[in-house]
Design a protein around this ligand. Structure first.
Ligand code: AMP
Length: 435
């Protein structure tokens, strides 16, 4: 039988490697929670229409979507991003605005797997609905910035731009299209064919041919209407006031078509340039209405979990690993004590593990050592007969017998302040390997 393996473009994060992953998620949850965002969970698959409405010309929808007809005859798609699902949920449940949500979960895109680019990948993100106040843009952009800072990631560049709105974008779009049509023959092969469909995308094409042609192209930031210009000015002034360093990148368009006004990206200078977007987002004031809801301004971002962890690895900082076990029960008197003590101590809030399968004392002590626990709680036939447990410090030292009834209190006292000591370094998880 051929060996079963994970599909191309996916990876496993094994229990021994998942500490940074877990730490990253909890840092995100607390950063978003502290700003009044609450967790939203939406389905991993949706009616395909939820995603086609975010923009038929978006690569994510046009070329990369995992869509299929299910056994009930419904045309569904695995989500390629989360914003569309959150918008769908907003329209469906009509919550009171302002409505602020954060999420964490996986997305699916049929891309060519390479370093930092997967077919199933994970994002954390926030969305805020119901306000067009530029100070909300500042809050959202700053929240992502502070998240990277809390993880200790160094070398994040914040790029910001404004894409205008329905008042000024059409005229600008035409101006850009006229400019690009005059140079069409010199664009890269893909954009030669698609320039009319979405001229803005040519601006952030990374290929040399397009770059050479767009160097002198008209820019949206120079063609904003008065209200978009004022909005953008308040956003950049807010970032400056909060000492969040940013750079206006007038070619920043981003891959999804629904953005209006503010767009931004967190670029990791430590990653290879074609894969250096750690995350990004923007305002999407027209999307709720385009998807069938009431006119509702909104702004948000998505940050790639794998990229963020790669950035963490590359800049040498590592999130605090998970706390080690407090104790490991070594029971060679039949197993009753192991069964009862683990339950009792876990219910009291301690982290405790044990061995199974009636293993020899030697094998159990070895397992206790390997587990990284601070103490072994030893129950042999003598202890069992005397209703006692011997507490042994696994970093060396004597065994202290205590009565069963005093175990919790004694253990708590012995654990004292050093109980959160960390585990040794971690190995290389799947997202860190080139597929
Ligand atoms: P997007 O939804 O395309 O704006 O992407 C937001 C973030 O998700 C990017 O900045 C990346 O960090 C991450 N991301 C997007 N596509 C992938 C992928 N195929 N594999 C890994 N991470 C991705």
């Amino acid at each position: 039988m051929p060996e079963l393996r994970n599909p191309p473009g996916t990876f496993d994060v094994l229990p021994s490697e998942s500490g940074p992953w877990q730490e990253m998620l909890s840092t995100f949850a607390s950063t978003a929670g502290a700003a009044g965002y609450e967790l939203i969970v939406t389905p991993t698959f949706e009616d395909v229409g939820v995603f086609t409405r975010i923009g038929e010309s978006t690569d994510v929808v046009r070329k990369e979507m995992y869509d299929f007809v299910d056994k009930g005859g419904r045309h569904v798609a695995l989500r390629p991003e989360v914003t569309a699902s959150v918008v769908r949920a907003f329209i469906q449940h009509r919550p009171v605005t302002p409505w602020k949500a954060w999420y964490a979960g996986s997305n699916f895109r049929f891309e060519r797997p390479q370093a930092g680019r997967f077919r199933e990948f994970h994002q954390v993100g926030i969305e805020a609905f119901g306000s067009s106040d530029p100070d909300l843009d500042v809050e959202v952009v700053t929240l992502g910035w502070d998240f990277f800072a809390r993880l200790g990631i160094k070398g994040v560049d914040l790029l910001v731009n404004s894409l205008g709105d329905a008042a000024c974008r059409p005229a600008y779009r035409q101006k850009l299209l006229d400019y690009l049509m005059a140079r069409r023959g010199d664009l890269c092969e893909e954009h030669r064919g698609r320039v009319e469909e979405n001229p803005l995308r040519v601006l952030d094409c990374k290929r040399e041919a397009c770059r050479a042609q767009t160097a002198g192209a008209p820019l949206q930031v120079d063609n904003l209407c008065d209200s978009c210009a004022a909005h953008f000015e308040r956003v950049t002034a807010g970032l400056s006031a909060l000492s969040v360093p940013y750079r206006v990148e007038a070619h920043l368009v981003r891959g999804l078509d629904y953005y209006t006004r503010t767009t931004f990206e967190y670029a990791g200078t430590m990653l290879e340039s074609s894969q250096n977007a750690l995350g990004g987002g923007g305002r999407y004031d027209g999307l709720v209405q385009a998807m069938g809801g009431p006119p509702t301004p909104a702004v948000g971002f998505a940050i790639g979990v794998e990229r963020t962890l790669l950035a963490l690895g590359a800049t040498g900082t590592s999130p605090r690993p998970p706390a080690r076990l407090h104790a490991f029960v070594v029971d060679f008197a039949g197993g009753d004590a192991a069964r009862d003590i683990t339950r009792e101590l876990r219910q009291a809030g301690l982290r405790v593990d044990r061995a199974f399968d009636d293993r020899s004392p030697k094998a159990q002590f070895k397992a206790a050592d390997r587990s990284g626990a601070r103490f072994a709680l030893v129950v042999g036939p003598d202890e069992a007969a005397a209703s006692q447990v011997a507490i042994k410090d696994l970093s060396g030292g004597e065994q202290h017998p205590v009565g069963r009834g005093d175990l919790l209190e004694t253990l708590r006292a012995m654990l004292g302040a050093g109980s959160e000591a960390s585990l040794p370094g971690r190995s290389h998880p799947g997202y860190n390997r080139t597929p």
